[in-house]
Design a protein around this ligand. Structure first.
Ligand SMILES: [Zn+2]
Length: 170
């Protein structure tokens, strides 16, 4: 039986599930702002955490301070893997890379645009799969379901500014 617990902090929801072998899966959904307090977010102890950040919609500068403290403390005592980091989170990593502490990112979203469908999309990039392009700070080539090649919808040198820290080449 998988046990699932959900904690609510104002406009942030944290869902925790046991992932076996002393690993906890943690989903963050919502916003990280000044109400996100390190002391209040007491995750149950585990040897490793896999955090899914696809639901992080906004982060402000006061929230970033608390988050950095939270990640620093957590990565001191456990292995932390971040997956499906939202575009909002990556934008913050590019301003304040310390928010990663010692966490390892395995996948994240990036903004793309389909010229044929006239559609803005967030595409998931896998660090392992796209490492070669990412290390060159280049957006990996992605073909849309319509057959057209997607255009990257940000400045590559800005969006991949701290890619070396993201993919663990610190
Ligand atoms: Zn398309």
């Amino acid at each position: 039986m998988t046990q699932s617990r959900t904690y609510k902090y104002d406009n942030l929801q944290i869902r925790i599930e046991e992932g076996g072998q002393s690993t906890l899966m943690v989903w963050f959904d919502g916003e990280i702002h000044e109400n996100f307090k390190t002391q209040q977010v007491a995750l149950p102890p585990a040897e490793s955490y896999i955090m899914n950040l696809s639901g992080l919609r906004s982060i402000n500068s006061l929230g970033i301070r608390e988050w950095s403290q939270f990640m620093y403390q957590l990565t001191q005592k456990a292995q932390v893997t971040l997956e499906e980091c939202s575009v909002v989170f990556i934008d913050q990593v590019n301003i304040v890379p310390q928010i990663l502490a010692q966490a390892k990112v395995i996948s994240f979203f990036a903004p793309y645009f389909c010229p044929q469908c006239n559609l803005e999309l967030s595409c998931k990039l896998s660090v392992a799969h796209h490492k070669k392009a990412l290390l060159k700070k280049r957006a990996p080539q992605i073909i849309h379901s319509c057959g057209a090649e997607l255009q990257f919808d940000a400045l590559e040198e800005s969006y991949f500014l701290n890619i070396d820290k993201l993919i663990g080449e610190k």
